[in-house]
Design a binder for this molecule. Structure first.
Ligand code: NDP
Length: 255
């Protein structure tokens, strides 16, 4: 009786950037834990692949092509889920990208694209889902930030700024929406093999530099992000809000 439930049975989750990489792994993991999942990204063919995996667990997948930088598309996507599924329980703001320009080379256009994709999108989706959460008196938001939002890394300054802002946004939304029974937490991954990091992680020297500061001495496996995501989505974490959990093989113990 003391063990809280990690199950997502009967829950409706929305995962942005669910077509590949981390978002795909979380969407499939949620289905395995019992949730139906709405899959958002711009590339429908990718979403169909994730949907096929979700359906293997007997769960429903909603395929919703959507550019998360566009308010009307985000609003419509979230309204569609609420209408078709009858409710929304969980939102994962995972869609993200990077252009790794050094500070003196970064252009205004790059700034805008990275900010819109990594930060503004998460705020807009949180607002749109938040309206339903307030009405329902409950909901979960999980923001995918990065170790680079906490520790200074050579990820590019704009990317780092978006990820740091996501950590603070997580805290302030938790402060505002606790009264509506909405928990907002963040997950900060270190390096995981996805299309985003493929080229970097093919460079042996780069990988050795990563491993030198990673106490567990290996690159993370995507499934190792799924447990933390299910935890934050489930009743097992219902007295936790505003927190960032680094899934990093111990990297952030350095500061
Ligand atoms: P990928 O590039 O593999 O996947 C990114 C996903 O986001 C894709 O499905 C992509 O779909 C979607 N996306 C990007 N832009 C948009 C947009 N404008 N509208 C809708 N969807 C969009 O990246 P990862 O899986 O590696 O990264 C996922 C998240 O995790 C990101 O926020 C990233 O910053 C973060 N992260 C990743 C780390 C890693 O090591 N991989 C480490 C730390 C953080 P499409 O392009 O088809 O729209």
């Amino acid at each position: 009786m003391y063990l809280p439930s990690f199950s997502l049975d009967g829950k409706i989750a929305i995962v942005t950037g669910a077509g590949r990489g981390i978002g795909q792994a979380i969407a499939i993991g949620f289905a395995e834990a019992g949730a139906d999942v709405a899959l958002l990204s711009r590339t429908e063919v990718d979403l169909k692949k994730t949907a096929a995996e979700v359906e293997r667990f007997g769960r429903k997948a909603y395929i919703i092509p959507c550019d998360v930088t566009k308010r009307d598309e985000v609003k419509n996507a979230i309204a569609l889920v609420a209408e078709e599924a009858g409710k929304i329980d969980i939102l994962v703001n995972n869609a993200g990208m990077n252009i790794r320009s050094r500070a003196l080379e970064a252009t205004d256009e790059e700034w805008q694209t990275i900010m819109d994709t990594n930060l503004k999108s998460a705020f807009m989706a949180s607002q749109e889902a938040g309206m339903y959460f307030k009405e329902q008196s409950g909901g979960r938001i999980i923001n995918i930030t990065s170790v680079g939002g906490h520790v200074a890394l050579r990820t590019g300054v704009v990317y780092a700024a978006t990820k740091a802002a996501l950590i603070q946004m997580t805290k302030v939304l938790a402060l505002e929406w606790g009264q509506y029974n909405v928990n907002i937490n963040a997950i900060g991954p270190w390096y995981f093999r996805t299309p985003l990091t493929k080229a970097l992680l093919e460079d042996e020297e780069y990988v050795n530099d990563i491993l030198a500061v990673t106490p567990l001495k290996r690159i993370g496996e995507l499934e190792e992000l799924v447990g933390p995501a299910v935890f934050f989505a489930s009743d097992a974490s219902k007295y936790i809000t505003g927190q960032t959990l680094f899934v990093d093989g111990g990297m952030t113990i350095h500061g």
